[in-house]
Design a binder for this molecule. Structure first.
Ligand code: MEV
Length: 423
């Protein structure tokens, strides 16, 4: 019989009660339940208050990206990721960049966009003028929602309106520009967008539907750039290879997606470690990469007149130091302490630098030896663990598989059997 996924009142139960139901439905063993109950440094009651229907936590490895020098200052970069090689690659690239003076960065003010969708308007163009004419009263209403943000110098600073053509006719889209200071800002922006909507309906005579932040945060950009001496990167042929890889990616969306994913490997690892909203960063980055109509890269590498490598990256970076899991998740708080940033802008710039480092490491490997060699030994350790290897046998099984170029669970099991017999 197919099990039903309808569990009435599931959300009202305690994690223990939920776990007991899931144990029965999914046929979990006592040991599996104990694993779920052991939530380590994210206590079950904290997790239970963070999201709904909690039955446990899902830990990820947390490592430190080393060698980073950004604007002349050294940083230790906390990175949470399930992917082998990411932290090692970022650290390796940061070392090469350090030889050229480290990363340099800049960012815009932390302005997020709140969108208000107005429909059923007789003359959208006229409604737009009416909204723009009422700018100061709309901004005043928006700012009444968040006196704390205002007291820190943030708040709704400006607005704009656009008429767009849709499959359901013309719509007026109002953009509220909100300076979110050290918050990511989704709550502040959504609250303001909701609060001004009745006023916008009155002004335009239209009907407001959506009132929500835009993740295409083009007014909250972070930029990083660096020069890597050709000697540090491994010679001029490698400089050419990286520049060539970059040209390929900027001309081809199939490659651009993977190129950008490589940069995101680093950015998202830090965003995850610090409890920020990584989906917002992914959505913003990729939408920005397609902002001019064709999807391309948000980073670029070229060879300069000395034959050295120059790289830059620029993308929306909606991250905060306060709010959400940043403060509630104990590990996120510790990660922030390790990082030691003082503002959301400083944090955003570090993320851009990490993305650039990660991108450099990937392109360097891809345009020379290929990534499989580096990846394989780490991947092989995971396969060895999957096959049941423990302690020193993990490395021994992994090394054999890499040497034989057969990194597969079936081969890992054979090697493990053989080595275990000899113990
Ligand atoms: C793998 O996670 C990331 C890369 O594919 C990035 C790239 O191709 O640039 C290696």
């Amino acid at each position: 019989m197919t099990k039903s996924s309808i569990i009435s009142g599931f959300y009202k139960l305690s994690p223990k009660e939920r776990l007991s139901i899931i144990k029965d439905l999914a046929g979990l063993t006592d040991e599996e339940v104990r694993f779920l109950e052991n939530t380590g440094s994210l206590p079950m009651d904290v997790a239970d208050h963070m999201v709904e229907n909690v039955i446990g936590v899902m830990p990820e490895p947390l490592g430190i990206g080393v060698n980073f020098q950004i604007n002349g200052k050294d940083y230790l970069i906390p990175m949470a990721t399930e992917e082998p090689s990411v932290i090692a690659a970022a650290s390796y690239a940061a070392k090469m960049v350090r030889d050229g003076g480290g990363f340099h960065t800049s960012s815009t003010a932390p302005i997020m966009i709140g969108q208000i969708q107005v429909v059923n308007i007789a003359h959208a163009g006229y409604a737009k003028t009416q909204v723009l004419d009422s700018k100061s009263e709309i901004l005043k209403k928006a700012n009444e929602q968040d006196p704390v943000l205002n007291s820190f110098g943030g708040g709704a600073k400006d607005l704009d309106a656009r008429v767009i053509e849709t499959s359901l006719g013309e719509m007026l889209i109002v953009h509220l520009y909100v300076d979110c200071r050290d918050a990511m800002g989704a709550n502040a922006v959504n609250t303001m967008a909701e609060a001004v909507s009745p006023m916008i309906e009155r002004i335009t005579g239209g009907r407001v539907y959506l009132r929500i932040i835009s993740n295409l945060a083009v007014k909250r950009m972070a930029k990083a750039w660096c020069t890597v001496p050709k000697e540090a990167v491994g010679g001029e042929a490698i400089v050419d290879g990286v520049a060539c890889a970059s040209a390929f990616a900027s001309a081809d969306p199939y490659r651009a997606a993977t190129h950008n994913k490589g940069a995101m490997n680093g950015i998202i690892a830090v965003v995850l470690a610090t409890g920020n909203d990584h989906r917002a960063i992914e959505a913003g980055g990729h939408a920005y990469a397609a902002f001019n109509g064709a999807y391309t890269t948000f980073s670029k590498w070229t060879k300069n007149k000395n034959g050295d490598l120059e790289g830059e990256i620029e993308l929306p970076m909606a991250v905060g130091l306060i709010g959400g899991a940043v403060k509630t998740h104990p590990i996120a708080r510790i990660a922030m302490k390790i990082l030691g940033v003082k503002s959301a802008n400083e944090f955003a710039e570090i993320l851009a630098a990490v993305g650039l480092a990660q991108n450099l490491a990937a392109l360097r490997a891809l345009s020379s030896e290929g990534i499989q060699r580096g990846h394989m030994s780490l991947h092989a350790r995971n396969i060895a663990i999957t096959a049941g290897a423990k302690d020193e046998l993990i490395d021994r099984v992994a090394e054999r598989m890499v040497r034989e170029r057969k990194v597969r669970v079936d081969r890992a099991k054979e090697i493990l059997d053989e080595l275990s017999k000899k113990l």
